[in-house]
Design a protein around this ligand. Structure first.
Ligand code: NDP
Length: 445
C-alpha cells in the first residue's frame, strides 16, 4: 500500500492550495479528483459566470455608446456559441494550469474519486492508499428537488453548457445564483422570470441595497414573482410547466433551479469513519479545520462555513501551514467581503445594520444614492447606492455596502479599511479622486 504524508480529496481551489503548500514544505502529497481540476469555481462557478457577466454587460455598453456619439446598428446580435467556445477554451487552459501547479510542486495526482475504506485507508480505483493526514476538500453540489420533470430542469452545472439560448427562462430561487443568472439571461435577450418563495431577494444582505436591486432588475424587464411556492414542474408542449401554490402555473421553455447547494459527501463513504457531520451532511470541523478524528481535516464548501472560493483557499493554506509548515494558524472568517454579480453588482463587507444591532452596537448610517457620471447623456440611469455603517461609540466602520457599477472593485479595496479597524474619521481624512463614484465614500456626511 502506498503511503503519503497527506492525501487531499478534491482538487478545487482549496484542495489544490493545501496540496501545493504542504508539498512546498516537503510533504509527500497525493491529490484525487474525479471531475475537473479547479473544482466548482473554475469549471461551474465563479470563472464561467464572470465571463458570462462580461458578455451580458455589453448590452448596457452598446446603449450608452450611442449617447456618446457612437453609431451602433439598430439590430445588434449575440452569438451564444462563440461565448461557449471561448469560455470552454479558457477553462481548459485553467484546468491545465491547475494540473501543472501540482506537477511543479511534485504532488501525485490521480484523476478519480476517492472514498474511505476506514478512517485510515483511502480507496481510489480499488487501490488502497494510506495518508498520515487526510484532507477532505470535495466542495458542494447543486440541490435538485424531486420535481416530476426533474431531469429537464437545469442547475448551474448545466447552464454553462446549453447548446443554444432559450427564448425564455424561468429561474427558481432568490439567492446568489438565481439573481446573477436572471441578470445575465435578461441582458442576453432571454425573457426572464424569477420565481422566489420569499418577499425580498438576497435576504441576508442589506435591505436598502436589495430593495434597489429588485427595482433595477424589474426596470430592466425581469419578471420577479415573489412569495411564490413551487408545487411541481412537469413537461408541457412549450417546454416546462411550473405549478405554483399561488395560482396560475408558469410555462417556460427552460427552467434553471438555483435552490441552494449542499456539501459534496455522497461518494466519500464517510459512514466507514466516525467523522461527525451536520444534518445537511456538512463535515464538522474546529477553527483549524480539524474534524473529530485526529488526522482527518476538511476545508471549503464541504464544511458549509462560508461557501466562497477565497475562503476555501485561505482555509487550505492555513491547514498546510499549521500541519506541515510549523506555523499553527487558522483562517479568519471575519469581515469576508463578497459580491453578487448582478446588474448592477451588489458588494459588501462587514456587518449589516441588523447584525450590528444584534451584537449591541448603536449604528450610525451614512448613505448616498446617485447615478454614475457615465450615464449623464443617457435616458437610462442605473443607480448607485453606498452605505457606511459606523459604531456611534468608537467611530469604527462596521460595514460597507454598495450596489452599483464597479462595486466589486471598490469594496475589495475598502475591505482593507475594515480589516485595519478604520474609523469614519479616517474616511473623512482621505482625499477624494475626482470625478469618481468611489469618492463618495470619503465625502459622506
Ligand atoms: P443560496 O443559498 O444563495 O440561495 C438559495 C435560494 O434558494 C434562496 O433564495 C432560498 O430561499 C431558495 N430555496 C432553497 N430551498 C428552497 C426550496 N425548497 N423551495 C424554494 N426555494 C428554496 O444558494 P445558491 O444556490 O444561489 O448559491 C449557493 C452558494 O454558492 C451561495 O450561498 C454562495 O455561498 C455561493 N455562490 C457565491 C457566488 C458569489 O460569490 N458571487 C455566486 C454563486 C454562488 P430563502 O431565501 O427563502 O431561503
Amino acid at each position: 500500500m502506498k503511503e503519503y504524508d497527506l492525501i487531499v480529496i478534491g482538487a478545487g481551489s482549496g484542495g489544490v492550495r493545501a496540496a501545493r503548500i504542504a508539498a512546498s514544505y516537503g510533504a509527500k502529497v497525493l491529490i484525487a479528483e474525479g471531475l475537473n481540476y479547479g473544482g466548482t469555481c473554475v469549471n461551474r462557478g465563479c470563472v464561467p459566470k464572470k465571463l458570462f457577466t462580461y458578455a451580458a454587460q455589453f448590452k448596457n455598453d452598446f446603449d450608452t455608446a450611442k449617447s456618446y456619439g457612437w453609431e451602433v446598428p439598430e439590430k445588434i446580435s449575440f452569438n451564444w456559441q462563440t461565448l461557449i467556445k471561448n469560455k470552454d477554451q479558457e477553462i481548459e487552459r485553467l484546468n491545465n494550469i491547475y494540473k501543472s501547479i501540482l506537477e511543479k510542486n511534485k504532488v501525485d495526482r490521480i484523476d478519480s474519486y476517492a472514498s474511505f475504506k476506514d478512517s485510515e485507508i483511502i480507496l481510489i480505483n480499488n487501490e488502497e492508499y494510506k495518508g498520515k493526514k487526510i484532507l477532505i476538500a470535495s466542495g458542494g453540489v447543486c440541490n435538485k428537488p424531486a420535481y416530476t420533470a426533474k431531469n429537464k430542469v437545469l442547475t448551474s452545472d448545466d447552464i454553462f453548457h446549453i447548446k443554444k439560448l432559450p427564448k425564455d427562462i424561468c429561474i427558481l430561487g432568490g439567492g446568489y445564483i438565481a439573481v446573477e443568472f436572471a441578470c445575465i439571461m435578461n441582458s442576453l435577450g432571454v425573457k426572464t422570470t424569477l420565481v422566489y418563495r420569499g418577499g425580498r431577494i438576497l435576504k441576508s444582505f442589506d435591505q436598502d441595497l436589495t430593495n434597489l436591486l429588485q427595482e433595477e432588475m424589474i426596470k430592466k424587464g425581469i419578471d420577479i414573482k415573489f412569495s411564490t411556492n413551487i408545487e411541481d414542474i412537469i413537461e408541457s408542449i412549450e417546454g416546462l410547466e411550473i405549478k405554483v401554490q399561488q395560482g396560475l402555473s408558469i410555462k417556460s421553455a427552460c427552467v434553471l433551479s438555483a435552490l441552494g447547494r449542499s456539501p459534496n459527501v455522497d461518494k466519500l463513504n464517510l459512514g466507514k469513519t466516525d467523522v461527525k457531520q451536520k444534518k445537511n451532511g456538512a463535515i464538522i470541523v474546529d477553527e483549524f479545520s480539524k474534524t473529530n478524528i485526529d488526522h482527518i481535516y476538511a476545508i471549503g464548501d464541504v464544511t458549509d462555513r462560508i461557501n466562497l472560493t477565497p475562503v476555501a483557499i485561505r482555509e487550505g493554506h492555513a491547514f498546510a501551514d499549521s500541519e506541515f509548515g510549523n506555523n499553527k494558524r487558522s483562517a479568519s472568517h471575519k469581515n469576508v467581503p463578497s459580491t453578487v454579480f448582478t446588474d448592477p453588482p451588489l458588494s459588501t463587507v462587514g456587518m449589516t445594520a441588523e447584525e450590528a444591532e444584534k451584537l449591541g452596537y448603536k449604528v450610525k448610517t451614512f448613505k448616498t444614492q446617485f447615478s454614475p457620471m457615465k450615464y449623464t447623456f443617457s435616458d437610462k440611469k442605473p443607480k448607485i447606492l453606498m452605505k457606511l455603517l459606523v459604531d456611534e461609540k468608537t467611530d469604527k466602520v462596521l460595514g460597507i455596502h454598495m450596489l452599483g457599477q464597479d462595486s466589486p472593485e471598490i469594496i475589495q479595496s475598502l475591505a482593507i479599511t475594515i480589516t485595519a479597524g478604520a474609523t469614519k474619521k479616517n474616511f473623512d481624512d482621505t482625499t477624494a479622486i475626482h470625478p469618481t463614484s468611489a469618492e463618495e465614500f470619503v465625502t459622506l456626511e
